[in-house]
Structures are given as C-alpha cells and as structure tokens.
Design a protein around this ligand. Structure first.
Ligand SMILES: [Fe+2]
Ligand SMILES: [Fe+2]
Length: 192
C-alpha cells in the first residue's frame, strides 16, 4: 500500500491526486447504487485512472508503442487521450493490478466505447462529476448518473460535444460514434 501511494505521488501533482481521490469516492458511491458488489473495484479504478495524465507526450507514446498498442492518426492529433490506455497498461504491468475490468475502465475513461460495461461508465462519469469539478451542467449530470448510467453517459457526451463545438475544437469521431450509440439505446429504453 505504501509503495502504491508513493507511485501515485510520484506520478500526480497534488491537485490531480485530489481529483483522483474525488473520482475514487464518487465511483464508490455510484457503484453502491448501480453495482454494489464492485464498489471497491470502482474505488481502485478511480484512484488510478489518471496515473499517466501528467506524463510527457513522448513518454506516453513510447510506453504504449512498447506495449504493442496501436496509435491511430486521431490519437496523434489529440495525444492527451492516450493517457487513458497508458494508465491502464501502467496499472497492470507496473502496479500489478491484474484485473481486466479495471484495465477496461481506465483505458476507456476519456473516449468511452460502444460496448462499455457498467464499471466503465461509472469511472467515465465519476471523472466528470467528482466534487472538485465545477461546470454548469455538473449537478444535472450528477443526478442523471445516479438515476441511470446510460442516461448519464448520454448527457455527458452531449455536453462534451456541445462544449467542443462552442470552442470550435475538433471532435473525435470516436466520441460521436459513442454519442450516437447512447442516443439509440436511451431512446429505445424510453419506448419500453
Ligand atoms: Fe483522465
Ligand atoms: Fe480524471
């Protein structure tokens, strides 16, 4: 545990460590509501999700290449997204957290995916709604996430896309794909 804390401190600034603790706690509460048998796992995934967030770009790329990870042209346009898979490999291979569900949740916490598990969604959402975050939609997103993870995902992705559009920033095609997926499943659910 001591070694683990030391590694967290070595890789994260105080601010990011606080964020990670906030994500861990929020993920724990979200899991208590939606996935109670995995709340400890949610806490652990939350605490390590940003472990590679402050690495220099070159380190992230070199590390992922060494792991045989395929870096796409879109990743190269916005390399910050790579901290998610880099964090997943680091947690598994350097911290010894051999857990496929944690690996998946950490590696999907920036872009999401069309086949996200509940734990994936919990980490994705906890990252946005932890107490240290402040943005206009935070409260709505928090309520939606506790009510229904998929509706939370839809709202989160809609907010992200709107934010990027307003800032005239490029939107990753993978984000749009995931947004459309959640639009469809939430619409289907509300028809039942
Ligand atoms: Fe992150
Ligand atoms: Fe984060």
């Amino acid at each position: 545990m001591k070694r683990f804390l030391k590694i967290l401190q070595e890789n994260l600034s105080e601010e990011r460590l606080n964020h990670s603790l906030g994500v861990a706690r929020t993920a724990y509460y979200l899991a208590q509501k939606h996935l109670p048998e995995k709340k400890e796992k949610a806490f652990l995934a939350g605490i390590i999700h940003d472990i590679a967030r402050e690495w220099p770009e070159e380190r992230m790329i070199a590390f992922l290449k060494a792991k045989g990870y395929h870096i796409t042209p879109e990743d190269k346009l916005n390399p910050v997204v790579l901290h998610a898979p880099a964090g997943a490999y680091f947690s598994r291979d350097m911290l010894g957290i051999y857990d496929e569900e944690i690996f998946s949740a950490v590696s999907r916490h920036t872009l999401g995916a069309v086949d996200m598990t509940e734990l994936d969604m919990i980490i994705f959402l906890a990252d946005l709604i932890e107490p240290g975050r402040s943005f206009a939609q935070r409260q709505n997103l928090l309520i939606a996430s506790f009510q229904d993870l998929k509706r939370g995902m839809l709202l989160a992705l809609e907010n992200t896309v709107e934010y990027l559009r307003n800032k005239n920033k490029t939107i990753d095609s993978r984000t749009l794909l995931v947004l459309n997926y959640f639009r469809e499943i939430v619409a289907k659910k509300s028809k039942i």
